[in-house]
Design a protein. Structure first.
Length: 336
């Protein structure tokens, strides 16, 4: 049996990344509806089965993050139905579980959000470990417009409480402080807020005795806001590396970036530029993309069995571009 540090390293250390397929029932239902697919429990299951089962996925994907509903569902295989966590392991992919309960407005936070889900978390983690989860995820959301010392500290505190509980229960925590890219701010503003956020997160992780060797950090790339002044991938890479170097201990095995609404080609360009300049960095720099890997596949599928192989091919080609970005390779143009 692997130690937590070995599992954390396995998630980030093989030239592979993590597939985030853990949208809550509400978010997943909205995404299905937007594609004209009925938002039923069975369609959510079929879609996650599509994501997990492409042949060769494990060459590019080390772990898959699921939500509570999917963790309890079954994949249809030639040998009968198999629970998702076991099916993932059979494919050579570690199963993970999103354990936060989403965001709510922070009291006296002037519009800032705080992530909920700590109540009862110890027992839920014990159950998830029994169900086969090797790692977990908790996402804190920081909006540059509403970010204050108060909102950053409260979110950092909750992230560290979650991470400590995970390690106590034998699960590797993915620590995800996401500075949103919604807005018209420039890259400097994103760097400033990401800098303050990572400072607070690592101070809380230290205070709460979280072992850096046995976690994975999942931050945003430092970019301008979606409607802010655009910059080159090398500018993004420089700003991102600067904040990581200031705050992430060298003993953290890896950093797996979220895609944050950037499309596959853009997110992969940023990741390639970063890996191109981070030669010699102490941590592995990989992906834990959601939308940048899966949105094109969902669109190609449209809920139709007849489109399954096209949708899986689309997912594989997005994963291949992300994996190529780990080598610092300029990604090929998107085919979808
Ligand atoms: P995106 O890559 O779509 O931002 O999602 C990653 C994720 O896990 C969000 O919590």
């Amino acid at each position: 049996m692997r130690t937590l540090a070995e599992t954390a390293l396995a998630l980030v250390d093989s030239g592979r990344g993590i597939l985030a397929a853990d949208e809550s029932i509400g978010t997943m239902s909205q995404r299905l509806t937007a594609e004209g697919i009925a938002p039923t429990e069975e369609n959510r299951r079929r879609y996650r089965e599509l994501l997990l089962t492409p042949r060769g996925l494990s060459r590019m994907v080390s772990g898959i993050i699921l939500c509570d509903e999917t963790l309890r569902q079954q994949v249809a295989t030639v040998d009968g139905n198999v629970a998702f966590p076991l099916a993932a392991k059979q494919c050579g992919i570690l199963p993970g579980i999103k354990v936060d309960a989403g965001t709510t407005s922070l009291a006296f936070g002037h519009g800032a959000l705080v992530t909920e889900g700590l109540d009862g978390l110890r027992d839920r983690l014990a159950e998830y470990a029994d169900l086969g989860a090797a790692f977990a995820k908790w996402r804190a959301v920081i909006d540059v417009e509403t970010a204050t010392e108060h909102s950053i500290e409260v979110n950092a505190h909750a992230l560290a409480r979650y991470a400590a509980l995970c390690q106590e229960q034998g699960i590797v925590p993915i620590v995800e402080p996401e500075v949103l890219c919604a807005g018209a701010h420039d890259i400097g503003r994103c760097e400033e807020v990401t800098d303050r956020t990572l400072a607070a997160v690592f101070a809380q992780l230290r205070l709460q005795k979280v072992e850096p060797e046995a976690m994975v950090l999942k931050p945003n790339l430092v970019t301008p806001g979606t409607t802010g002044p655009s910059v080159t991938p090398s500018h993004v890479a420089d700003a991102t590396l600067r904040v990581l170097e200031r705050h992430v201990p060298s003993t953290v095995p890896g950093i797996a970036f979220l895609s944050g609404g950037h499309d596959n080609a853009t997110a992969c360009q940023y990741l390639a530029a970063l890996n191109g300049i981070a030669v010699g960095a102490p941590w592995r720099l990989t992906y834990s993309f959601g939308r940048a890997l899966v949105s094109d596949a969902l669109h190609a599928w449209g809920g139709e069995d007849a489109n399954l192989s096209d949708a899986q091919a689309t997912l594989l080609s997005n994963c291949a571009r992300a994996a190529a970005a780990l080598e610092g390779a300029e990604p090929a143009p998107a085919s979808a």
